[in-house]
Design a protein around this ligand. Structure first.
Ligand code: ARG
Ligand code: MN
Ligand code: MN
Ligand code: MN
Length: 314
């Protein structure tokens, strides 16, 4: 594997201070060293720098649209470049509004991609249904062609054109979905495995059906968008919108092992790690370690262990 890492220290898709510290926290928990140690070649492209956008007045309820639009354009260009360099792209967030730029940048070089969205939330509010005004609860709505007629023209967003169809995204881990979002999921027939399905089927069957769904015609590149709040808050408490009853550590890692197994992982987002929300050092380090382990699982780490093929017993 060759991995290209891009840090996006951006928080303006939500109101809580600290999520911009996610990329450096995940790096300091040993991401690059561990990836190299499992045989990946890694290029770290560093962190993007986001300039302040003055006079970023709300658009209706929606907060900081120009800042979010501009940051995502920078990210889309960076992800496109990393894909053109031939790497599997790893985007470290930052809040989940960054999936807009990450997925659009990925789609600019891989038109046929599909999206696996692992999250407690469906993040599919439109600017008109959002209860909070936070764009991290809306990224998917800008990406789906079928929703385009329902998306108002927002300042900073004119460059954004949808790049996937409703059948090209699948959710795992849902347990906090707003009524308007639930309507959209049902109305567009979007495939999802909420925590109820994880409980009912078990994570192994969920991943089997996930692969059947995304590869129903041909195998195609996967964009895995992994919100750390998909995991139970007992595992990853340092995040802005924790929800009880989440994926266990084992379920969360099993997802990555199966995605890796497909051989089709093309880009990964790891978002919503917020060190300022951890109440103790232990809460922060447990969240950071979970984030690193999710990424390592995506790039071939096996819980059974592994060895170099040329190893000889002494
Ligand atoms: N559904 C809520 C909203 O629209 C919460 C979204 C949480 N999203 C996230 N990326 N953590 O604001
Ligand atoms: Mn291109
Ligand atoms: Mn979430
Ligand atoms: Mn999310």
């Amino acid at each position: 594997h060759t991995v290209g890492i891009i840090g996006a220290p951006f928080w303006k898709g939500q109101p809580k201070d600290g999520v911009e510290k996610g990329p450096d926290l995940i790096r300091s928990a040993g991401l690059v060293e561990n990836l190299k140690g499992q045989g990946c070649s890694v290029r770290d492209y560093g962190n993007l720098k986001f300039e302040n956008v003055p006079d970023d007045e709300p658009f209706g309820k929606v907060q900081r649209p120009r800042s979010v639009g501009r940051a995502n354009k920078q990210l889309a260009d960076a992800v496109h470049a990393i894909k053109n360099d031939g790497h599997t792209c790893v985007m470290l967030g930052g809040d989940h509004s960054l999936a807009i730029g990450s997925i659009l940048g990925h789609a600019a070089s891989h038109r046929e991609l599909c999206v696996v969205w692992v999250d407690a939330h469906s993040d599919i509010n439109t600017p008109l249904t959002t209860p909070s005004g936070n764009i991290h609860g809306q990224p998917v709505s800008f990406l789906i062609r079928e929703l385009h007629p329902k998306i108002p023209v927002m300042p900073g967003f004119s460059w954004i054109k949808p790049c996937i169809s409703a059948q090209d995204i699948i959710y795992i881990g849902l347990r906090d979905v707003d009524p308007e979002e639930h309507y959209i999921l049902k109305y567009l027939g979007i495939k999802y495995f909420s925590m109820t399905e994880v409980d009912h089927l078990g994570i192994a069957k969920v991943m089997e059906e996930t692969c059947d769904h995304i590869f129903s015609k041909v195998k195609r590149p996967i964009h895995l968008s992994y919100d750390i709040d998909a995991l139970d808050p007992s595992v990853s408490p340092a995040t802005g919108t924790p929800v009880v009853g989440g994926l266990t550590y084992r379920e969360g890692i099993y997802i990555t092992e199966q995605i890796c197994q497909t051989g089709m992982l093309s880009a990964l987002d790891l978002v919503e790690v917020n060190p300022k929300i951890g109440r103790t050092d232990e809460e922060i380090s447990s969240t950071a370690k979970a984030a690193v382990d999710v990424i390592l699982g995506c790039f071939g780490r096996l819980r059974e262990g592994s060895h170099n093929p040329d190893y000889c017993l002494p």
